[in-house]
Ligand binder design. Structure first.
Ligand code: F6R
Length: 240
């Protein structure tokens, strides 16, 4: 694992964007694995800027998102499908057919998890963006998730629901389930960038890097991946 410690959230975003911009410049048809949540928003803004400056184009880029909530429909502002449109896809020249986000149709959840997993098995993600939960989750692989899991339906941890309450008007509104890539899918990526900002991530970042590799802190599995860059700001890296 390579650790890059920078000053603040803006620098985390900028540093991550340099890797992604290089990736797209070197391979315009790159397959990117994307995350949602608050962490990658600054990165997406830098990517939009690079597109506007004509430094990169997304017209050959293919994307696979890590996860999607279950129980809210695709038009809900907190749905990750909508989030991606709002924060990146509608602002660059992405082709809609190159966008992959798990389908959360409540009538076909297991079928959709299998379809997404089959699609992931056929590709090799060039660069995977990850955030990290305060409980050490990556994607929505919550503590206790078997490290060999592929795409599956997860019951969200109470801590995750509380952390994500800030996006909803009450805890009751935060979905209880999600569909997520499994650790095995994530570990298949050629290159992984994990970004973290803020003091609430400091403990998880410390354990991810210095703790045992354990299901109790799913991000610790990244110690076993040969090509991971962790970009943290001063607060998220304060225990290192
Ligand atoms: C989102 C995802 C999650 C988030 C994590 C951190 O697609 O997979 O693992 O990266 O919950 O969320 P934020 O960035 O909101 O702190």
């Amino acid at each position: 694992m390579k650790i890059i410690k920078v000053k603040d959230y803006n620098e985390v975003s900028k540093k991550a964007s340099e890797f992604v911009i290089n990736q797209i410049m070197n391979k315009p048809n790159s397959i990117l694995g994307l995350a949602t949540g608050s962490t990658p928003i600054g990165l997406y803004n830098y990517l939009i800027k690079a597109y506007q400056d004509k430094t990169i184009s997304f017209n050959k880029v293919i994307t696979y998102n890590l996860d999607e909530y279950i129980g809210i429909d695709r038009n809900h502002p907190q749905c990750y499908y909508q989030y991606m449109q709002d924060h990146l896809f509608s602002k660059v020249d992405m082709k809609q057919e190159n966008i992959h986000i798990p389908n959360n149709d409540p009538n076909k959840l297991n079928e959709n998890a299998n379809i997404y997993n089959d699609a992931l098995k056929k590709v090799s993600i060039d660069l995977q963006i990850l955030g990290i939960g305060s409980n050490g989750h990556i994607g929505f692989n919550e503590p206790g998730t078997p490290l060999g899991n592929e795409t599956f339906i997860v019951e969200l941890d109470e801590q995750t629901r509380k952390d994500n309450m800030r996006f909803f008007s009450s805890l009751d509104e935060v979905p209880k389930h999600a569909i997520t890539m499994g650790i095995k899918n994530i570990m298949k990526s050629k290159f992984i960038i994990l970004m973290a900002s803020g003091k609430e991530k400091a403990e998880a970042i410390y354990k991810m890097i210095h703790g045992d590799v354990t299901e109790d802190l799913p991000a610790s599995v990244l110690q076993l991946h040969p090509n991971v860059v962790v970009i943290v700001d001063e607060l998220a890296g304060s225990k290192l």
